[in-house]
Design a protein around this ligand. Structure first.
Ligand SMILES: [Zn+2]
Length: 181
């Protein structure tokens, strides 16, 4: 079954369940399957598929295809930006250079996501973190660690380009640096 079909099947089941609950309680509030937290299931369907121009940050996407993650740096004031910005908001100039985010970053904070938005419901529980890299940028990304108990604030992480499944598109993740290796 295609991923789209799977999502449609899943949403049909959820909708049928919400209808049952609504009949007895009068409200479209259902427990999250995993945590039991109360979830409001909106009664209007909102479908969003957007296209935005990425022409001025094209280099960023070309970088992903080469396994690199790029930030931008203002040639005028030296400020660095991630996600990359084509213009510097500080000096309002478009004179930017591309810098690769490399080396070891420091994990500043992280959180494990158990209750997911509908468009992320098909993923297993995942961890989102923010890391500070030597180039002076903070990167928000999923953290690759099957056992979140091993994570700690201040640990070293590196950035790695990955193909997110099942959508099969390029993105990047924070990967803890194996201190033994
Ligand atoms: Zn600037």
């Amino acid at each position: 079954m295609s991923q789209k079909k799977q999502m449609e099947e899943y949403m049909k089941q959820v909708e049928a369940f919400v209808e049952e609950v609504k009949k007895s309680t009068g409200l479209p509030i259902v427990p999250d399957q995993r945590t039991g937290a109360a979830l409001w299931f909106d009664q209007r369907e909102l479908s969003i598929r957007y296209t935005i121009s990425v022409e001025r940050i094209r280099k960023f996407f070309e970088g992903l295809a080469e396994g690199k993650v790029y930030a931008t740096k203002c040639k005028h004031c030296g400020a660095t930006y991630f996600p990359p910005q084509a213009d510097c908001p500080k000096c309002r100039r478009g004179d930017m250079e591309w810098i690769e985010i490399t080396g070891e970053g420091e994990l500043l904070t992280y959180t494990i996501i158990y209750t997911k938005p509908a468009s992320f419901a098909h993923y297993p529980d995942y961890t989102v973190g923010i890391a500070r890299f030597p180039q002076g940028v903070n990167v928000l990304a999923w953290v690759r660690e099957t056992d979140p108990k091993k994570l700690r604030v201040g640990m070293k992480v590196r950035l790695e380009v990955v193909r997110r499944q099942p959508e099969n598109y390029l993105t990047y993740e924070l990967v803890p640096v194996d201190e033994q290796g």
